[in-house]
Design a protein around this ligand. Sequence first.
Ligand code: KIV
Length: 275
Amino acid sequence: MSSHRQDQVRRVAAPDIAARKGKTPIVCLTAYTAPVAEILDDHCDLLLVGDSVGMVVHGLPNTVGVTLEMMILHGQAVMRGSKKAMVVVDMPFGSYEASAEVAYANAARMMKETGAQAVKVEAGELIAGTIEYMVKRGIPVMGHVGLRPQSVLVDGGFKAKGKGGEERQRILEDARASAEAGAFAVVVEGVAEGLAREITEVIAVPTIGIGASAGCDGQVLVADDMLGLFEWTPKFVRRYADLKGEISRAAAAYAEDVRARRFPGPAEIYFAKAG
Ligand code: KIV
């Protein structure tokens, strides 16, 4: 083995995550850029290049407008910034629903061009066959059930799911079908607490919750939400920082210094060589 390979840190891989079922909770945050990925890498098992990038970074109203090219660019950045966390890239709306063959071709392109370890799909029972097709051909897949943001136009908004009745049963079946099709983990988003616990009990792979209670095998949040970059966040977000306030205070101080000609100062300018 070359010394170059020995120096490399081994990244967390899909089987490592699958083996964490029922053990220490899996820590996951979204990441979209190299510098943020570098900071989060020390603390997370998984970095998710979520298609939430469309809303968080590009100002889109939902994730429907996100393209494969956007996911590839952000996936590449997160891979460059991180060393040890597993990197999972979301398959965007329209890139996997038509057929298993189309999904495989797009997922393979995303993995080759980013170097990421897995893809994530918003999975109903309908997508289970596609998950199986991709996993059997070498692509680790993470499922995503419950509130599925790519279905926002059909659902009429981002609403919590599975509070009762048929919908509850369907979400349970979606999770079961994803796991049985070979998904190494399943994100459970925006569902009532009892349902998240039941899914976690009945499926054999880890559940990673977002707005789905502490009953899951791990947790994921949109990093920019928990860092306090936005005025409004969903009820399930806990803010661990006030980056919006910090950035605003820094920009105000800079603007004041520029207007008062206090910036740049002697330490921040170049001088010609003496003589
Ligand atoms: O796109 C995303 O950020 C996600 C998480 C909310 C799980 O899918």
